[in-house]
Structure formats: structure tokens, C-alpha cells
Design a protein around this ligand. Sequence first.
Ligand SMILES: [Zn+2]
Length: 266
Amino acid sequence: MSSVFLILIDGLRPDALELANAPTLKAFRARSSYTMAASSIMPSMTLPCHMSMFYSVPAARHGITTNTFTPLARPLPSLVDQARSVNKRSAFFTTWDGFSALYKPDNLDFHFSFHYADETGAFRLESDELVTDAALSYLPKINPDFSFIYYGTTDSAGHQFGWMQAGYLKQIEYVDRQLARLLPQLPTDAVVLIQADHGGHDHTHGTNLPEDMTIPWMIAGPGIKQGHEITSTPVSLLNTAPTLAHFMDVPVHGQWQGQFVQEILE
Ligand SMILES: [Zn+2]
């Protein structure tokens, strides 16, 4: 089985990818099966979206509608929990502690989490370098079956400068340079999914506007069609866990509502 990587670029709009100088992301798309019209979920906010990605259910089912975690009324296993059930090891490289909502306690093997704030407590736009550094340093040592690599500064720049504004596009270029460092170091047979959780408009997101709800979803690896635009399957956040589970040889849970995106297979 290949090792599987989920790389999340928070608040990345697909139309921003066209405006930014992002050669690494564009080269990745060219060798992936992709759609620039995948759907987020409502509310289009970071934690509710990640819950839907990892648990493959909408917010009406997982019940998380803000960035504050509350225990699930009707618990179900996440991708990380399903991986543990068949002795697969998972690692998170993130800049936010809120992601402990994405697995049951003890089911995550490694969590490298950085809160890199300036003297006022504001989140530094250089934070994603720490994520890349940690991934490059530790992945060869720990060799996880599943890795979640989270780049959060694009969302911060969107809130600070406005979505699609120069400062936001510049931050996409910064993340693109992180990917230029990271991607060549991943195992050659890795399956890599790069996607966003939600988009954004003005200085915010969370609504059902297309600007908030439309996200890129691009997956590459052995046996996956290259340069294939996914058109037959409507892709949403709910497809992420079952699709990654397929490549991890991890069982899909019966309560997950999304499907494996079959059409990406060669
Ligand atoms: Zn945000």
C-alpha cells in the first residue's frame, strides 16, 4: 500500500490559483485527477469542514457548526479512527490544536502542532514553514501510513487582506514554495490529495456563496489518471475520507455518506 498524504490549503479558492504565480500547484494539477469545482459544506468554516472531510458526513450529522469542538451527539469513526482499527499509523502536521476533534483520543500516532504567534498574539504568516520543516524532518523517520499536512496561512491572509487581494495571492505563492520543498521529498509511490476546506469573499467566509463553497480537489499517485478533469462525479468534502481510505486499504465506515471517487482510477 502507498503512503497517503492529505495536504490542506485553508481558504484556497480555485480561481485564485489562476491569478497567483503558483507553478508547483499547477504542475501538481497537471499530473492529477482534479476538479476546480468541488463543494465545501455549510457552514463553510474550518472545523465544520474538516469534520466533514474526516467523518464523511455533513454538519447536520456531525453537529459541529463553529470552530469550537463539542463532543458528537452520535459518535462515528473518522478516517484516523478507521486507520487505527487496522493498525495503520497517522501523523498530523498542523498550526492549529482544534484538529484533535478529528480522531478519538489515542488514535493519532503523531501530532506536530505549531502556534507561531507574534508579540501581539497574532498568527504569523510564516507559520507554514514550520509545518514543512517538521514534515521534511520527521516523515522519513516515522513513515506514517497517513499524513495530514495543514497550511493555514492562506486563510489568515484572506481575513487580513481580503480574498483575491494581492496579500492573499502572495500567500498562495508562499504556500506554493512550501509545496516545492515538500512534494519532491515524498515517497515516489505516495498518493497525494491537495484540496481546500472552503473559499472566501471580502474578509470572511462561512456562507453558501459560491466564492465560499467552491474548492479545488486534486489527487495524484500510482493508478490515478493524470491530467484528468473529474466531470462525471460531483465531488465534495464528503468524498475525501472514503477516497483516501481506498488507497490506504482501510475500511469505509457504514455511516460515512460520501463515496470513493471511482472515475480517477486508470
Ligand atoms: Zn477563516
